[in-house]
Design a protein around this ligand. Structure first.
Ligand code: FE
Length: 136
């Protein structure tokens, strides 16, 4: 992704364009309550895009039931579309997942995912995603 593709808005603009719930997760690094939200138990086919900017992030083909109550994926559709950043907040050592295009928080990456699929678990907030369902 080149610099010209980046989307940057002021926090005032984000506040106007997002729901309060989305603003909290995407812009204030909040976390959806587990087993709530639109997608933790969604099994439809399609592409999950960034709820803030529409960048393609995760294919439903990589979604799996992690039991955590959050939408979980074994991989991104393109690693270039996300930024991974060390996150030491809350006394934990975690890897934050950020939308590279708009700089919004998406969730975290853990390495306790399905081993046969590479071991990654992208734990992403429903409120940070929009599922574009594929025609069936
Ligand atoms: Fe985005």
């Amino acid at each position: 992704m080149v610099m010209a593709d980046l989307m940057r808005k002021t926090e005032e603009e984000w506040k106007k364009d997002l729901t309060p719930e989305q603003y909290h997760t995407l812009r204030e690094k909040g976390t959806d309550a587990p087993f709530t939200g639109e997608y933790w138990n969604e099994h439809g086919k399609g592409m999950y895009v960034c709820a803030a900017c529409g960048t393609e992030l995760f294919s439903s083909d990589t979604k799996f039931d992690s039991g955590t109550g959050w939408p979980s994926f074994t991989d991104t559709v393109n690693l270039e579309h996300v930024e991974l950043r060390d996150d030491l907040s809350g006394g934990m050592q975690r890897t934050e997942v950020i939308c590279k295009k708009c700089g919004s928080h998406l969730g975290h990456l853990y390495m306790d995912g399905p081993k046969e699929k590479g071991g990654k678990r992208f734990c992403i907030n429903s409120s940070c995603l929009t599922l574009k369902k594929s025609a069936e």
